[in-house]
Structure formats: structure tokens, C-alpha cells
Design a protein around this ligand. Structure first.
Ligand code: NAD
Length: 428
């Protein structure tokens, strides 16, 4: 969802170029990795409930599959653009590489607003998306998953369409399936919990005790809610969350200085992560402008909504108290803002490391689906914690050894792994 003149793909390329310079990548490898391998654009005609036909625009971008089948979510959003999808597909490649799972990177999207679509119309979009791509995705080719405004139900419709076309069971096509239909326990929690596994390690690095820290979170959807759940469990206190208000077409921040009550807020939140502001006021929350989440005097900021939120314009709003930024969302910080965070010595856990819990658990889902043997939730989350902690440690070790910003260290590890696979395959 590119906003204004901001182009997330240019940002992703800029981040890549910086790391490629440090790694002294050769020209061929650079050209290969700074663009996607394949890009699909297609139309999805849907018979609407009122009898008319509406044509939706769909995308799938496969950035790189040298390390394994490409992997990445599908977003439904009215402002979706192919450049956002391209950027996200590239970040998926680095994300899978940094946590060292045998998958590449992809991303998909449909320009649509599920708020204004019936479930039947959404089902038709899902089935149409698969019909357009049935030869180009698959368990050993490219494996989609849920993302912004798509759910386990959407994934199951997509799987059903795929299996209908191929007339056999192929649960490895897609992840994020409902539990009991090939889904993994722990997947719902995985991204948010993963953010906190890495935050917990970052706090240790900085000598901070979780119980003595406070946080402010942008977004109140899947990633945010589970990040808050685990952060509370390790003793942290969240004083502010923000969300998008569909009716007013703007965002709001909800502040409670003595700590938000997660269960209470969940009870007044719709399935898109929108909090009812009148009910929130009744429950004692201050309802402020959407940008206020960034200005809170907290130790930790967790952007868990959208890209391009911490920019050259907004980075100045971050108070001195902030020591850590754990990026739950993809691409929330622009390179210009990064330079300022670096100067200020703020410890950033970069998006493709912090939010890699989702794809790591998706990988576990594939493994379980292939074995047709499903693990208990504790086992899934235990394995996730090990993987995230090991990935964080590798990045922080390199950052310390070479005096690098965390994002740069994570890029060096990820890009180096992918470049090496491309080389080993003889592509470059
Ligand atoms: P979601 O749709 O469940 O929730 C999004 C939240 O962001 C909602 O609360 C919404 O109201 C809020 N929001 C939207 N626009 C906003 C704005 N302008 N200001 C403040 N809040 C706003 O989505 P999610 O699954 O939680 O994903 C959030 C981010 O995390 C995205 O960048 C996504 O790509 C990334 N991510 C998600 C996963 C996953 O497993 N769900 C994995 C990796 C990365």
C-alpha cells in the first residue's frame, strides 16, 4: 500500500544496494537479486451479489527461489500496488534466509476492500486468484499464506480450488490453513510472539529488565495483539496502541498510562483490528490522533501496522526514552529515518528478523503437513523460540563484531546466503 510518492520497492532496492556494497557483490548477482525473478499480473472477474460483474486486479511476485520454493502472503487491500508486492517479495527472500529456513521469497495481492465485500464475493476472489495462477504456484514451487486482511478461511478456499483443479490433496500448497485442516497450532500467535522472542533477547543485550519496560504499539491486528500478549507475559506494560478507523478513514491512538487491558480492548475490536473508539473512551482510554503512538515516553516502540510509518518526517517525534524499536510490520522505517535512528543509537530489530516468526511457523506447518503428523502447540512455539533466538544471536554477534547497525548485519547474513545459493546453482 504505497502512500503518496513513497515507493516501497525503491526503498527495498536501496536497502539491498547498501548491503550489496558492503558485501562487494558482483554486478550479475546484484542485478539478479535487486529485481524479482517472476511477476504475474491478472484480472479476476467476480459475479457480485447484486448480479453485476466486477473485475479485480491480482498480483503474484516471486522474488527468488534459489534456497527453496518461494513463500509469502497474499494481501487484500484497496490501495495495493505492484511495487508494494515487489518490495514485500524481496523482504520475504531475506526473511527466510535470515532465519535459515529452506524457502525463497514471494508475495501476492488483490486490489479490493474486504470491508465492502460479502463472504461469498471474497470466496470468488480467492478461487479466481488460484484459477489464474494454478500452474505457477504449488507445494514445490511457490507457497502462499495469509497477510493483511486475509485469513485461514481465505487460504482454505484457495486450497480447495487448487485441489479441485488437480483432483488430489495437496495441503502443502498453502499455509495458514485452519487448525484441523492442515494448519499448525501456534500459527496465529507466531508472528507476534516472534517479535517478542527477539525483543526479549534485545532487552537482555541492553541490560534492560522486561518488567521495568513500557511500550507503544502501532496497529491492533494479528501481529500487534499477540506481540502484546507475550510482552505482557514477560512482564512488559503497553501504554498505547493505534488502529485504522474505517468509518472516519483515519487512524487513532488509544492511551492508558497505567497499561492497556488486552482482553478488554480485544472485546471492542472488529475482525480487521479496528477498535471502537466510543467504547474505548467509556473504558477510560484517551483517544488521540493516530500519530501519537510514536510520541509516547516509552522504552519500546513496536510498529505493527503498515510500511513507511517511521520516516524522515516522523522520526523526530520519537522521544529520548525510546531504546528499542521492534519492527512487527514490514518496511515500517525508511532508509532516511534509519540514518537518524543509527545516529541516536536506538536498537532496531529489523522487520525481516523481528516478524519472521510467521514464515518460520508456516515452514513448520509445511513440515507437519508433509509428515501428516501434527505437533502440540508448546512444541511448535518452543521450536519457534529456538529458531528466532538463534537468528537474533547470529545477527547481533555480527553487528557487534563489525560494529554494524542491526538492519545492516541482518542484510549481510541474508543476502550472503541467497547470493551463495545462486552461485552454487550456477545462476551467476
Ligand atoms: P491486520 O490486518 O491483522 O492488522 C493491521 C492493523 O493495523 C489493524 O489494527 C489496523 O487497524 C491497523 N492499521 C491499518 N492502517 C493503520 C494506520 N494508518 N495507522 C494505525 N494503524 C493502522 O494485519 P497483521 O497481520 O497484524 O499485519 C500487520 C503488519 O505485519 C503488516 O505490515 C504485515 O505485512 C506484517 N506481517 C504480518 C504477518 C502475519 O503473520 N500476520 C507476518 C509478517 C509480517
Amino acid at each position: 500500500m504505497a502512500t503518496g510518492s513513497f515507493n516501497p520497492f525503491h526503498m527495498a532496492q536501496k536497502q539491498f544496494d547498501r548491503a550489496a556494497d558492503v558485501l562487494k557483490l558482483d554486478q550479475g548477482t546484484r542485478e539478479l537479486l535487486r529485481n524479482p525473478l517472476r511477476e504475474y499480473h491478472f484480472s479476476i472477474p467476480v459475479r457480485m451479489d447484486d448480479g453485476s460483474v466486477k473485475v479485480f486486479k491480482g498480483f503474484r511476485v516471486q522474488h527468488n527461489d534459489a534456497r527453496g520454493p518461494s513463500k509469502g502472503g497474499i494481501r487484500f487491500h484497496p490501495q495495493e500496488t505492484v511495487d508494494t508486492v515487489k518490495a514485500l517479495s524481496m523482504w520475504m527472500t531475506w526473511k527466510c534466509a535470515v532465519v535459515d529456513i529452506p524457502l525463497g521469497g514471494a508475495k501476492g495481492g488483490v486490489i479490493c476492500d474486504p470491508h465492502n465485500l460479502s463472504m461469498r464475493e471474497q470466496e470468488q476472489i480467492c478461487r479466481g486468484w488460484v484459477r489464474q495462477l494454478s500452474r505457477d504456484v504449488g507445494p514445490n514451487t511457490d507457497v502462499p499464506a495469509p497477510d493483511v486482511m486475509t485469513s485461514a478461511q481465505h487460504m482454505l478456499w484457495m486450497l480447495d480450488e487448487y485441489e479441485t483443479i488437480y483432483r488430489e490433496h495437496k495441503p502443502g500448497l498453502i499455509t495458514g490453513k485452519p487448525v484441523g485442516m492442515g494448519g499448525s497450532l501456534g500459527r496465529t500467535e507466531a508472528t507476534g510472539y516472534g517479535v517478542i522472542y527477539t525483543l526479549r533477547e534485545a532487552l537482555k543485550e541492553l541490560g534492560l529488565i522486561p518488567e521495568k519496560t513500557t511500550a507503544s504499539v502501532q496497529g491492533f491486528g494479528n501481529v500487534s495483539q499477540y506481540a502484546i500478549e507475550l510482552y505482557n507475559l514477560i512482564g512488559g506494560k503497553v501504554v498505547c496502541v493505534s488502529c485504522w478507523d474505517q468509518t472516519d478513514q483515519t487512524s487513532y491512538s488509544f492511551v492508558k498510562k497505567d497499561g492497556i487491558d488486552l482482553a478488554e480492548l480485544r472485546g471492542i475490536t472488529d475482525r480487521f483490528g479496528g477498535i471502537d473508539k466510543d467504547k474505548a473512551r467509556d473504558k477510560g482510554y484517551d483517544v488521540l490522533d493516530g500519530g501519537e503512538w510514536l510520541k509516547q515516553e516509552v522504552d519500546v516502540l513496536m510498529p505493527c501496522a503498515l510500511e513507511n510509518q517511521i520516516s524522515a518526517d516522523t522520526v523526530v517525534d520519537i522521544p529520548k526514552s525510546v531504546k528499542v524499536i521492534a519492527e512487527g510490520a514490514n518496511g515500517p522505517t525508511t532508509p532516511e529515518a534509519d540514518d537518524i535512528l543509527k545516529e541516536r543509537g536506538i536498537f532496531v530489530i529489523p522487520d525481516f528478523l523481528a516478524n519472521a516468526g510467521g514464515v518460520t511457523c508456516s515452514y513448520f506447518e509445511q513440515v507437519q503437513s508433509n509428515m501428516n503428523y501434527f505437533w502440540e502447540k508448546d512444541e511448535v512455539l518452543g521450536k519457534l523460540d529456538l529458531k528466532m533466538t538463534a537468528a537474533f544471536q547470529a545477527v547481533v554477534d555480527l553487528a557487534k563484531k563489525r560494529d554494524l547497525f542491526m538492519r545492516d548485519a541482518a542484510y549481510l547474513i541474508a543476502i550472503n546466503r541467497v547470493a551463495q545459493s545462486c552461485k552454487d546453482r550456477g545462476w551467476v
